[in-house]
Design a protein around this ligand. Sequence first.
Ligand SMILES: [Zn+2]
Length: 393
Amino acid sequence: MLKHIRFTAQAGKKFNLAAVLILLLSFTGAAADRSIQVEKINGLQYVSLHRLINTLGIESSFDPVFQKGRLYHKSHYLVYKTGYASIIIDNRLINESYPVIRMNGGIYIPKGTALLIAGTFFNSMIITEKSGRIIFSDAPAPEIKKEKITLHDKKGKIAFIILDPGHGGKDPGAIGKGGLKEKTINLQVAKKIERILKKDLTGLKIKLTRNNDRFIELAERAEIANRELRKDVNGMFVSIHVNASISSSISGFETYFLSQNPTNEEARKTATLENNVIVLENNGKGKNRYNDLEYMEALMLTTQIQKESSILADLIQNSLDRKITEFKSRGVHKADFYVLRGALMPAVLVEIGFITHKKEASYLKKDPYQEKIAEGISNGILKFIDEYNKMIE
Ligand SMILES: [Zn+2]
């Protein structure tokens, strides 16, 4: 037994020495070229991020708490998150076919992402692939066939819808007379939308951020949506809320999309009301999470997504207006909602009515009115899918 162990240990040593020799030979053989191994993990092609960074001389940082990392080179940057197939590179959102992963303490990125980084950060570099390695050359080498790296900007079709019933669990949201809770109405309406959409849309994934009365952090809601993003797969995020006002005479429904510049003071107040939940998250300790720089990238990104979000907001608001005759449309507004900030896709927040308005509250808690609201929102979603898919064809 002991002999056997000794033998394998020696064999291992010999193997390592051979590997070092091969490495040395390959370095002297092609001085200008640098290369990294492409590894197969679960049948998918990955590259060690650590090796890529060292090979190309890229600066990087990693936040182990949020599993987010950044790469920099000159004016270029990239943001990734483990478990996500979406990355942000130079202010553009790119969805890969499979996610960045963490394995044995190292981070592995899809081969396509590695090619994209090299092609974007070093635009004069020639990138080729040979015998399972990616080769980076600074000068043209005649015997190596050039491979053009194309940035896959083509957007995917809408393949999933995330319905987000606001609040839940220890966070009741707005409270009306008689203890009527916003969180309950939000969930009931979201479930109705889900049922309607499932009937009309086959082959599309429809998912609720919560199916019952439980607490979810705001950032987690967007993350549930972002995890579904893939190359050629896009989605949308629709958050359902009930509004509240200090004035009991205010009623009606409105739709918001994300902006740092709110439409007006009223929109800012609504956003503040909905964002208040943050103090409940980690007893307030999670507050920095929304102020930190990580979100700047996501915010920059929204200029790209903001237009789509405003179209989605218009379509939902108009469809609601056509369905609802009892209360008036308060229009589409821009506001800074935390729940929409992190979503890397068209995202809106619908305030379906005022819990502080006596008549509207009595409607909001009843099935037939909830059904009308759900139909209105569903119609808007269906119209958006039609328009969006036509747009990208
Ligand atoms: Zn709310």
